[in-house]
Each structure stands twice: as structure tokens, then as C-alpha cells.
Write a protein that binds this ligand. Structure first.
Ligand code: CS2
Length: 495
């Protein structure tokens, strides 16, 4: 179906939705913006925007979301003609359900008009600025999680603070303007998959502020709140086939629907001095300290995901559910979770970890979701430390083996060389892709490749490259991958 006003999802066509499609039951014209969200991608629209839609439906109308794209105009171009409305399709073996979400009003594209974004962030009614800008959006060095002061966007934003490019630059400039107006800071809510994501955001934001002016650094450190969060929902990139499915089911064309799984979880540190929606009434868990939840999720879910993505891609599988069906993978992941990751996790009293892990593996098997290994494989240099390397550090401390985690790391090393097991090019998307290609060019032996990678201290830090146990374990795994191929290596380590 081609998109035109008559057949497209919008305020004007909502009444045509079949009754099994849920839709906003509140008056959207009465909703006021209370949250500015930076990085209005699919994950935010499947997660925080859905919880907030339920808040608006419950009558709290001062928590509408204004979305900001920091780079491309795609999301705005898709959602603006739809009055911000979009469909969330929830899929599993039991069939699909559809829900039109109305919590996002306007979407701004930062590079087109940075002042409009700053004006929105300065509005005293805005009490929360939330972020899903992915790991690389924090402009930090992944191993140390501290601001990369040489990052091109940071250099730019320090030189031109009034017209920033990075999320960090926008946040600090907006806080400066609020302070000048006598408006309290907003609460900063990181919803990215980083350990201690609130602390990390605070570290990079205050460092950036300090570089602008020492007093500003103190002000932000003392006055702004940065609660940490654990976010979880699997959200594959939307395809044209997904658009067709949604159009057929709802009768209305949607330029950017979201496909996701039934599972959703959000655990948040309860520290919002300027107020927050009653998200606990719509399924969000508020806790005093989110760290143990975050480590559990990053190491078990994301660590397994990345391992499945690299080794699965190299074995020729397109989606995570295909990988889970292939020989040895399910056993590898189960053994990695139970034997290597679980002993590194801090205790979570009352939490049933066994059920959590079994559910995770079921979620990976959801074949109604076509979650591509290539999608998860992106940005490995930014993901590896918190997903696999910190777990390995803990295993080293415990003097315990970590062969499967090492195979995951070796899988990334093999993948990021940019050539697959049949000699075909891999489209490696990673901020360090070029540097890696240059370092590894012409190196075929596992020892040489390992050396080339371990020189990347922004990923491996100072400690791992000089640790003999680490070198041996990852070196052996890489050697096995190069000799046997990923599919056979997985079978060998899968018990
Ligand atoms: C995935 C995550 O793309 C990736 O790297 O591991 O996006 C994952 O699907 C989410 O964290 C699930 O909550």
C-alpha cells in the first residue's frame, strides 16, 4: 500500500482501527510535554514510550514526550504525518497483537535546528531528559567509561557550546540556560545498556561541564540527578515486510511501526528530585540500587546475545532464533550462563535466576521476531567491555576458567576483520571499524591477530593485554575458530 493521507495512521484515521487494535484512549490535545527524549529510535518507542502511554491513559497528562533525533530525520519524517502515532506489534508463537502508541507528540531533528531542541529542554515543564543514544552516543572510551576528550563531537561542542551536536553538549548547554533562568535542573535518565548508566552519564556530563567551566562542573555534580536504569525488551529493526504485516492487520499504513516481543522490563533507581510519572503503577520496578539488575541483564542477556551474534553470523545464520536452533549453540549459551556468568553476579535476594535464564533462552528462540545477528553485531568495540570483558575480569579474579566467554570475544575478533569464513566481505558497523581493519590487514595467524587487537586499550584496558591467562584463553579460542570454523568450535565448547 502506498502512503497517502486517506490510508495512513493519524489522529484523523484512528477511529477506523479495528477494535482489537488498542489505541490511545486519552485526549492527546491535553497532553503537555514533561519529558524530552534524546535518541528517538525503535528501542525507546517499544519501551519507555509504551510505559508512558499507559501513564497518559491513566490521566497524568503532564508527561508527554518530545522526541529528538540527534542525527537523521527518518523518524521525524515517518511520524510527523502520523501526528506522532505509531503501531507496536507484539509477536511470539501465539500470534501478534497491535497497539497504537500516542505518548510522543513532536519529533525534532537536532542538526536541523539545535536551538529548537535547546528551547524544548529549557522549558520549566520539562522535568526529565531521558536518553537512548547507544553506547557510542556517550562519547567515552569504552574501557574506562570516561569522556573521550578528543572525540570530534566533544571537540566541536566545547568550541561551539551554544550549537551542540552531541547529547552531552545539548544536556550541558540546556542546564546552563536553565540555571540562568532560575529553573532547576531536569533529571537525567539514561536508558542505554551500560553498567551504572546513570553514574556513567554523570561522569561524562560533569567532565564536559568542567572543561567548559569548573564552577559549572560543581553545579551539575551537586544539583542534577542521574538515576541508573536497567532496560530490557528485544526490538529488531523494522523491515518492509513488517510494515506490510501491520498495514494488513490494522487497515492503516504506518511508515514506522515497531516489532517487539511480549517481554518488557524496566528497573529504575528512585531518584527524581523534580518529580516523575507514577511509572510503578504501569509495571516499572523502582529500587534503591539498580546495579545488581544491570549486571545480571548485561552479562546474561547482552553477553549471550553478542556471543550468539558473532558466532552465529560466522556460522552463516541470519537471525538469533535460527542460531538457537543450530547444533551446539543452545548448549553453549546455557553452559556459559550457568558455569561462567552466574558465579560473577552479585546476589539478588528473592530473585529466581534459574527461571530468568530459562526465559532468556526462550526469548532468543522466538522465531516470530526476525532479530538479525548482523544488527546485534554492530558496535562491538563499544559493547564488549560490559558484555563480556568485565565478566572475564571477574573470572580471572576468581581464578576460574572462561573458555566460552573467550570464544565470544574471539568471535568478535574474527568477525571484525571484515571477511567471513567463505572469504566474503562483512559489512562491519563500528566506530572503530577502520582502525581495526588497518590493524588486522594481512594478519592471518591467531597470534598476530590477537596482538593487533590487544593494542586497542580503549577496549581491553591496560590489564587484560598483559594478563597471560586472558591471552592464552582468547588466543586458543581464536586459533580454534580459524582452524575449525565457528560452527564446529561452538559444538566443541557446548557442553
Ligand atoms: C542487543 C540489545 O542489539 C543488541 O546489542 O543485544 O539491543 C538487546 O536486544 C536489548 O538490550 C534487549 O533488552
Amino acid at each position: 500500500m502506498t502512503l497517502n493521507e486517506q490510508n495512513r495512521l493519524s489522529e484523523g484515521t484512528l477511529q477506523r482501527l479495528p477494535k482489537q487494535v488498542e489505541q490511545p484512549k486519552y485526549d492527546r490535545t491535553q497532553v503537555r510535554v514533561g519529558i524530552v527524549h534524546l535518541g528517538i529510535g525503535a528501542f525507546h518507542r517499544a519501551h519507555q514510550a509504551v510505559y508512558t502511554d499507559s501513564i497518559l491513559a491513566g490521566g497524568e497528562n503532564s508527561w508527554g514526550i518530545l522526541g529528538v533525533s540527534l542525527r537523521s530525520s527518518d523518524t521525524r519524517d515517518a511520524l510527523e504525518p502520523q501526528d506522532g502515532l505509531y503501531t507496536v506489534a507484539t509477536r511470539d508463537g501465539g500470534g501478534d497483537s497491535f497497539h497504537v502508541i500516542g505518548s510522543i507528540g513532536k519529533v525534532l531533528v537536532a542538526p536541523e535546528d539545535p536551538q529548537a531542541v535547546l528551547n524544548a529542554m529549557v522549558d520549566p515543564e520539562v522535568r526529565i531528559v531521558s536518553l537512548t543514544v547507544t553506547e557510542k552516543g556517550y562519547c567515552y572510551s569504552p574501557a574506562s567509561a570516561s569522556l573521550d576528550e578528543n572525540h570530534a563531537d566533544i571537540v566541536h561542542d566545547l568550541a561551539h557550546p551554544a550549537s551542540p551536536r552531541s547529547a552531552i553538549g545539548f544536556i550541558v548547554e540546556a542546564l546552563v540556560r536553565r540555571r540562568a533562568n532560575g529553573t532547576d535542573p531536569f533529571t537525567l535518565l539514561s536508558c542505554d545498556n551500560l553498567p551504572a548508566n546513570g553514574e556513567t552519564l554523570k561522569r561524562v556530563v560533569t567532565r564536559f561541564a568542567e572543561l567548559r567551566d569548573a564552577d559549572l562542573g560543581h553545579y551539575i555534580r551537586d544539583k542534577a540527578a542521574f538515576p541508573s536504569t536497567m532496560v530490557d525488551r528485544i526490538v529488531p529493526a523494522t523491515t518492509d515486510a513488517d510494515r506490510a504485516t501491520v498495514t494488513e492487520a490494522t487497515g492503516l499504513a504506518d511508515a514506522w511501526p515497531i516489532m517487539t516481543e511480549p517481554f518488557t522490563q524496566w528497573v529504575v533507581e528512585d531518584h527524581f528530585p523534580s518529580g516523575r510519572p507514577a511509572w510503578e503503577s504501569v509495571g516499572v520496578t523502582f529500587v534503591a540500587d539498580v546495579d545488581a539488575f544491570e549486571l545480571m541483564k548485561l552479562r546474561l542477556l547482552n553477553g549471550s546475545h553478542s556471543t550468539l551474534a558473532y558466532l552465529g553470523y560466522l556460522s552463516g545464520h541470519e537471525t538469533v532464533s535460527d542460531v538457537m536452533k543450530a547444533g551446539g549453540f543452545s548448549a553453549l549459551i546455557a553452559a556459559m550462563m550457568d558455569k561462567e556468568i552466574t558465579p560473577t553476579l552479585p546476589p539478588l535476594p528473592g530473585f529466581d535466576l534459574g527461571t530468568y535464564k530459562a526465559e532468556l533462552r526462550e526469548r532468543f528462540r522466538n522465531s516470530a521476531l526476525r532479530h538479525r545477528t548482523w544488527q546485534i553485531a554492530m558496535d562491538g568495540s563499544q559493547k564488549l567491555p560490559q558484555r563480556l570483558l568485565n565478566t572475564i575480569r571477574k573470572r580471572l579474579e576468581q581464578e576460574q576458567p572462561f573458555d566460552r566467554l573467550a570464544l565470544g570475544v574471539a568471535g568478535w575478533m574474527r568477525y571484525a576483520t571484515g571477511v567471513d569464513e567463505n572469504g566474503r566481505p562483512i559489512d562491519v558497523r563500528d566506530p572503530l571499524a577502520n582502525e581495526i581493519r588497518q590493524r588486522t590487514a594481512g594478519k592471518a595467524a591467531s597470534g598476530e591477530l590477537l596482538e593487533a587487537y590487544l593494542g586497542l586499550d580503549q577496549i581491553f584496558g591496560q590489564d587484560l593485554p598483559t594478563n597471560n591467562t586472558f591471552r592464552r584463553s582468547v588466543g586458543d579460542a581464536l586459533e580454534m575458530l580459524l582452524r575449525e570454523g565457528a560452527a564446529r568450535a561452538v559444538v566443541q565448547l557446548g557442553s
